[in-house]
Each structure stands twice: as C-alpha cells, then as structure tokens.
Design a protein around this ligand. Sequence first.
Ligand code: EPZ
Length: 423
Amino acid sequence: MKEKLRIQGCARLEGEVAVSGGKNAAVAIIPAALLADSPCTIENVPDINDVHVLIEMLQWLGAKVEFKDNVMWIDPRTVDKYNPPYELAGKMRASYYLAPVLLGLFHRAEVPLPGGCDIGARPIDQTVKGMENLGVKVETLGGVLVAVADRLLGNDIFLDMPSVGATVNSMLTAVSVPGMTCIHNAAKEPHIVDLANFLSSMGAYVKGAGTDVIRIRGGRQLHGANYTIVPDQIETGTLMIAAAASGGDVTITGAIPAHMESLSAKLLEMGVHVSSEDDWIRVRSNRVFRSVNVKTQGYPGFPTDLQQPLSALLTVANGTSLVTETIFESRFRFLDELRKMGANVRVIESSLAMITGVDRLVGTRVNATDLRAGAAMIVAGLMAEGVTEIGGVGYILRGYERIDEKLARIGAHIERIQVEDAF
Ligand code: EPZ
C-alpha cells in the first residue's frame, strides 16, 4: 500500500491556522541539547518525521528523550556513543549536525554523510573547512565523516558562501573549542538566530547571529535550559501561498511577520492582499495574480525553500514570470510535475525557469520529488480543476506537521488515502 494526498481543487480557504515550530531550527537545536550537563526542555517542537528520526538517533546514542504535545525533554547525561547508525542518519540532511556535538563530548565523532532532499550535490566542504580551522582532523571514510579533536583552538572561519549547514556546524563546533571563534559570511536565517539563542540559554557566549559575523567564545561547560523554538518560516510562507492560491482569506497565527518580508513583498507585487501585526499574517486574494520575477537568495532574500510553492502559484498568473534559483543547482525538477497539470513552464538553464500563466491547472496524478516540491503540488492541487493525487507523501510529512489536517480545517478538500499502486 502507498499513501497519497488527494485534493479536490478550487475550494476557498478561510479562517485561522496556526504555524508549527521551525523544522530547520529544531534539527539544529535538538543535537545541541546533548552538550548540556543536565536536561533540556524544548517547546514548540514540530511533530514531523525528521524530528522522530533525530529522537531515534539520540536514544541510540544513549540519551533519554521524551516527546509529547510538541514538548521535548532531553537528558544527555547517559550518552555513551559517538557513531550514529547509517540507517537512521541517511534519512535526513541534518543528521550531520551530530558530528560537532559528539566531537565536543568525546573528542571523536563518526557520523554518516547526510541524506536530504535531492535538489543538488549538497557538498559539505564548508563544514569540513570550518571544523579544520578549529583544529579538528576531518576525513570521510566510506560515506562516514570521521572527526577527531587534535589541537582545538578558536579561530577565524571564512565561509565561501553563507551556507546554513556550515554555519550551524561551525557554531556547534566552536562552543566546545576554547578561545574566540569568528564565523565570517555566516548564514543569517531565523533558524541560525534560534540556535544561537538556545546555545546562549545553555550558558554559551554567542554574539552576532543574524549578521554576517558570529562570534563564539567556546570551552565553557553548558547547562540544561528551557527553550521555545521559533515559528517555521517556510511553513508560514507555504500557508500564505496556499491561501492566495485558493482565492481565500486566511490568518496565519503564531507567526513572525518580520521573517516573511521577502514573500509578503512578492505576494503584494502579484496583487495579493497581505496584512500583519505582532504574531499573525492575513492573506486575501481574488485568484487574479500579476506575474513577477523571483530570485532566491540567503536570508533576508527570497528563500529557496519557497521558490517551489511560489512557482506553482505563478503558473496561473497573468503574463510570464522568470524564476532564478541561485542556491541549489537542480531545484526545478518539480516543474515536470506541474506540466502534467497543464502548466506552461520552461527551464531555460539550471538556475532559470520561465513560467507563462495559463487560465487554470487540471488535476491529475503527480509526485512530490522532494519536500518543498510536495508543497508546490499541494498549492497546485488547491488551484486545479478536478482531483489531484500526490505521491511521495513521506517527503511532505518530513517537514510539515499534519499539513493535510491544517488545510482541511480551513476549507481544503484534502485527505490522505491508501492506494495499491506506486506511480
Ligand atoms: C539548509 O540546507 C536547509 N536544510 C535547506 O532546507 C535550505 O534549502 C538551505 O539550508 C538553504 O536555506 C536544513 O536546514 C536542514 P546550504 P543546507 O548549506 O544547509 C552549497 C528544506 O526544504 N554548499 O545553505 O544543505 C550548497 O550546495 C531544506 O527544509 C556548498 O557548496 O544548505 C547549496 O548550493 C531543503 N558547500 C548552497 O551552498 C557546503 O559545504 C546552500 O547550501 C555547503 C553548501
């Protein structure tokens, strides 16, 4: 049996929907909790598959972990291994965040190279460079990253690009390394700031997160902390785009409008009404959209993770839109699936796609080729005439907490179905 999402299109979304805690914050903060000398309690943890895989890995390493109603309790004091198994680590991208943490605990770590969405080569050379700058001996042996503490000392790290993963791994390494470390050209995403705030709550000296230079004075013993994870920027954006696509009127609660400015500006350009106050964003549309050009950048630029859902919306905008994907070299594969629904899309080169609006999409069987491609298929299905069946639901559930239930509660005709065949 295979699970799919089945959407009957053209339903207007109306009402309020709450956003969950940030996936990309949680997958960095949960490993960091192992560095404490006492338990951590973390709230607003999204109940998603990536989090459950991380829990399995932490328990395999010896930690005690409880997770209920989006609250996670972690007692790291019984961790006694430094080599999480491949069958778990290969399921997600962020598993390699355990490497700097286990290195800090055992002066050695053996972590399988990361898995994650197939949107490009996704090398980890910047992570390796950051660790080596701090005196770590790093080598990859048979698909496993082996890190051994040599002469650890704080240092400057100049990242070639503002890599989220390399910034996280450099931060998680530096907190255990005596002396001052400065990470230059650091990523500035909200989940980077959230990790810095969590580390600070554990007693770490971390300054400058959210700017190009993060300064960490490492080597302190960190203690347990109580922390609440930041709302998910990408889920917020996905819900905003879904609301607009349906021609609805939706208020997304528990959000941080400041994190959404690049998307809000783009939706306003398209003729969508966006308003917001402290912790909510309201999106209204009449299903008439102007075409726009989009270029993905690191934060605070337009997020690459929202390129796919927004591209789905652009398939019915009036005119032609140009989408430039500067972050990942193969993040347009999902356009083939949209073409099956009648979209008029052309990939000009690996980083540039042209989308010419059509009157309507038509529901059919499509596949989610990665997590955010799944989000794009949901947006398309909400707009399409007829029924859309989306395969690859596992991708979607990796990163969106009960997204089908959330959308159904505000009017979407969406359900998870079991089917015999896998297409
Ligand atoms: C993180 O991936 C996110 N994943 C991705 O979200 C997100 O798309 C990406 O950041 C960009 O915001 C998590 O946080 C778990 P990068 P990451 O390192 O860390 C190149 C989702 O849907 N690069 O910022 O892998 C790389 O190839 C996922 O939630 C190197 O060349 O992204 C890419 O082209 C998908 N060498 C660019 O930099 C390196 O050592 C950005 O990658 C590292 C990266």
